[in-house]
Design a protein around this ligand. Structure first.
Ligand code: ZN
Length: 180
């Protein structure tokens, strides 16, 4: 199966594992200062580890989707480098302005989900741009998209620029798929 659903489910499974790691972290902190310290120590490696796994899954998925679409040539998708995905910024923002630890926990989980999903999205998007047999990439919804995403999906655009960004909010179920 090379549907976007399979990749989405695989990436979701990685997010669940990351959330499990995070819940252990939250159990060990009782103050904002301790949370900040623990997040600073943990988040960069956590996002990098699961982000790289998501990128690797996405590259494999791309290659399989390519074969299934009957696209010729020897192109291989490449996982993006997941480096400096803004983990300190996320931690600082989640704990800023006297937010409670419960609020911070929700915000961090959302930010981590978006960063892991982005690793897969940008792997597919950049490989689609680099692939001489692909026209570019398009946005694919998960069947329960919000108004913002439904509007973007409705455009049905095929993005052909390497610089095109993937607009996504926390917990967004949208993914990228190659347009062959
Ligand atoms: Zn949305």
């Amino acid at each position: 199966m090379t549907t976007p659903t399979r990749l989405r489910n695989d990436v979701r499974a990685l997010t669940t594992l990351a959330e499990r790691d995070l819940s252990k972290l939250w159990q060990q902190v009782t103050t904002a200062a301790a949370a900040q310290q623990a997040l600073n120590d943990t988040l960069p490696a956590l996002i990098e580890t699961y982000g790289m796994a998501a990128a690797a899954l996405a590259a494999d998925w791309y290659d399989e989707a390519r074969v299934k679409a009957g696209v010729g040539g020897s192109f291989r998708a490449f996982p993006i480098e997941v480096r400096d995905p803004g983990a300190p910024v996320l931690a600082g923002w989640a704990l800023s302005e006297g937010k409670t630890l419960d609020t911070a926990r929700v915000l961090v989980a959302g930010g981590v989900q978006r960063r892991i999903a982005n690793a897969a999205r940008y792997t597919v998007a950049r490989s689609s741009i680099a692939d001489p047999r692909a026209q570019g990439w398009r946005r694919v919804g998960d069947g329960s998209s919000c108004r913002f995403c439904s509007m973007l999906l409705g455009r049905g655009a095929v993005y052909t620029e390497a610089s095109a960004s993937f607009d996504a909010h926390d917990h967004c179920g949208c993914s990228a798929a190659p347009a062959f």
